[in-house]
Design a binder for this molecule. Structure first.
Ligand SMILES: [Zn+2]
Length: 247
């Protein structure tokens, strides 16, 4: 199985030392990831360094070097405790809010991206949490793809293409099949051990650039698949495997 890399919580005031340490490892292996950029970060937990003034210019540079950009929520503030359709987080910026409110948030978020020269139709929900209103609002605002869900290939469901994420990394690493899955990273909270593991992973040769997903055939997922996904998410949530995915 091939592994694609996703970096969450990209903000002007993130931990740039850790971001650069992560980026250096990727660069050394010529791997480009998906990054979740927060349009207007208000989450104090993500604010570690003084804000970088040329942030958007830098994001455009990364894009021009093949990095894929997803819109990671709006302000990254958890406003509800609704886990939404993909119940692994238990808190949400969106799920549970009325459609009009969600539509407004997504519209404003997208406007910030556009003002700063970034176009994307990929959405990354804070804490993996969204509901049907989120999906309707995303569609209305031109989003077609979501980084979430379980599986070993991109799949179509609820009128979106989903790029699956790994829940149990050891299982994905043991899988000798031809599939592809995403490993989720929050560089802000990584320690030396986490960086060692990342280095080891990159050296294993299993990692591919995120754009590999776009060359794959998108599977149609039937109702059974969605029920299975829900059950799996619920089980994994209870198993606390997802601690690392949160945020
Ligand atoms: Zn996040």
């Amino acid at each position: 199985m091939k592994i694609a890399i996703r970096m969450d919580d990209i903000t002007p005031d993130m931990d740039w030392g850790k971001f650069n340490r992560f980026k250096d490892l990727l660069d050394a292996h010529r791997i480009t990831p998906l990054i979740g950029v927060v349009p207007k970060n208000k989450d104090e937990k993500l604010s570690i360094n003084p804000a970088r003034e040329d942030f958007w210019n830098y994001i455009r540079q990364l894009r021009d070097r093949g990095w894929i950009i997803a819109m990671h929520g709006y302000k990254h503030l958890y406003t509800t405790k609704d886990p939404g359709l993909f119940p692994i987080g238990g808190k949400s910026e969106f799920a549970g809010l009325p459609f009009e409110r969600q539509d407004e948030m997504i519209r404003k978020a997208k406007r910030i991206f556009r003002t700063n020269g970034i176009e994307t139709d990929i959405f990354m929900a804070p804490s993996h949490s969204f509901d049907r209103n989120t999906l309707t609002a995303l569609k209305k605002n031109g989003f077609n793809r979501i980084t979430d869900g379980f599986g070993t290939e991109p799949f179509r469901a609820l009128d979106f293409v989903f790029y699956p994420i790994a829940v149990k990394r050891s299982d994905s690493l043991k899988d000798t099949g031809d599939g592809i899955v995403t490993f989720v990273y929050h560089a802000n909270t990584m320690d030396d051990k986490d960086f060692d593991k990342l280095k080891e992973l990159l050296e294993s040769g299993k990692v591919v650039s995120y754009s590999e997903f776009f060359t794959r055939q998108v599977q149609d997922r039937n109702t059974f698949g969605q029920v299975k996904q829900y059950a799996l998410a619920k089980a994994k949530y209870l198993a606390v495997q997802l601690r690392k995915l949160k945020g």
